[in-house]
Design a protein around this ligand. Structure first.
Ligand SMILES: *[C@@H]1O[C@H](CO)[C@@H](O)[C@H](O)[C@H]1NC(C)=O
Ligand SMILES: *[C@@H]1O[C@H](CO)[C@@H](O)[C@H](O)[C@H]1NC(C)=O
Length: 345
């Protein structure tokens, strides 16, 4: 049997990481070392049942653990949990993980990020979202060092909001007594690049399988680029039920949507009232620029022809996704942090 290439996966138990672990394992070409704080969690144990997947206990924010994790691997797929780390720590550990990987002679490093909104929107501070920008800066730094086939190749994998958030989280509509479904949120009328989690694994397998093309590439993915009016209209087309987008002012929305008054962006893991570092955003500070950036259409720049070529059988549209999922506007659990929260409560 051919030797499998060993890939370290950081963030592998998350909503985006799990399909990457599955795709690597299923390919039969890679073995996965999954770094996780809790090797006994249900998520981790399930993934460890896949062929050639092993768990390694450790934290994304421990340099000692990162050294141990990167030792002896061919490649790495790194997606840090910015909500837990905060912008400042994510920047530090994002850079350190990359440096430590270089130290250990990793051959292909894949960094999963979100759009660098502040830069994309012309350095207007209104768009400074810690959750997006920490990853964006690290992505820029990594690619700025160039490619060397005798050293380390690097690729960046960029996602926008998950299409699956129509099931879970901020994109779930509210069912009205008359049977219609209303998306009441502050979204402007720009197109948002939504990515279906089902397609994330194939893209990352392609990145590892095709380093001659993927080295130096920032692969920006989306399944469809749609405005909220289009989401509501597609819902109506697919389900026959009335879908409505109702735009409300950011302030009104945030007051209603924030988990509790003054919640931090890491609200799922932090009790109210703990003192915070100046750099650490509150939920409102984080999601104000988040809604602005995505819904004004700044990121609807994905190269769909490239995505078609890389993943010929990708889910082609929001409409196709809604049909395949039997989408009915009701919530289902898909995002890890929300599940974690439910387990905690
Ligand atoms: C990978 O998994 C297969 C199926 O479980 C197993 O037969 C094989 O020995 C594993 N390979 C390595 C290198 O561990
Ligand atoms: C969440 O952020 C706050 C504010 O910086 C910090 O004090 C707290 O330790 C963080 N919680 C976790 C679990 O990281």
């Amino acid at each position: 049997m051919a030797n499998l290439k060993l890939i370290l996966v950081i963030g592998g138990t998350g909503a985006q990481g799990s399909p990457v672990v599955k795709a690597l394992s299923e390919s039969g070409r890679y073995a996965v070392r999954l770094l996780t704080r809790n090797t006994a969690s249900d998520h981790a144990k399930k993934l460890a049942e896949l062929p050639n997947v092993t768990l390694q206990r450790g934290s994304q924010d421990s340099q000692k653990d990162l050294h141990a994790a990167f030792t002896g691997v061919y490649g790495a797929w790194v997606n840090l949990d910015g909500f837990t780390l905060g912008e400042k720590n994510e920047l530090f550990y994002g850079v350190r993980a990359y440096e430590i990987a270089r130290h250990h002679g990793v051959k292909h490093y894949v960094f999963a990020k979100i759009d660098y909104g502040l830069r994309q929107a012309g350095w207007d501070e209104q768009y400074h979202c810690g959750h997006n920008d920490a990853k964006g800066r690290v992505g820029d730094l990594i690619l700025s060092h160039g490619q060397s086939h005798s050293g380390m190749m690097t690729s960046v994998f960029t996602t926008g909001p998950y299409m699956d958030m129509l099931f879970d989280g901020m994109f779930v509509p509210e069912e009205q007594s008359d049977g219609s479904f209303v998306w009441e949120n502050p979204a402007a009328d720009g197109k948002i690049p939504l990515i279906a989690l089902d397609d994330v694994g194939v893209y990352n397998l392609w990145i590892f399988d095709n380093p001659s093309e993927s080295a130096g590439l920032d692969l920006e993915v989306a399944t469809d680029q749609v405005s909220f009016a289009e989401i509501a209209a597609t819902f109506t087309k697919v389900t026959g039920k009335k879908g409505v987008h109702k735009r409300v002012p950011l302030e009104d929305y945030l007051a209603k949507a924030e988990p509790y008054p003054g919640a931090y962006s890491n609200w799922t893991v932090t009790e109210p009232g703990v003192p915070r570092d100046e750099s650490f955003m509150t939920w409102r500070e984080n999601f104000t620029p988040w809604w602005r950036y995505w819904s004004e259409g700044h990121a609807a720049t994905r190269d769909m022809a490239l995505l078609d070529r890389i993943h010929g059988s990708r889910i082609p549209s929001l409409e196709a996704w809604m049909k395949a999922k039997n989408y009915d506007g009701r919530s289902r659990s898909v995002l890890k942090s929300i599940q974690d929260l439910k387990e905690k409560m």
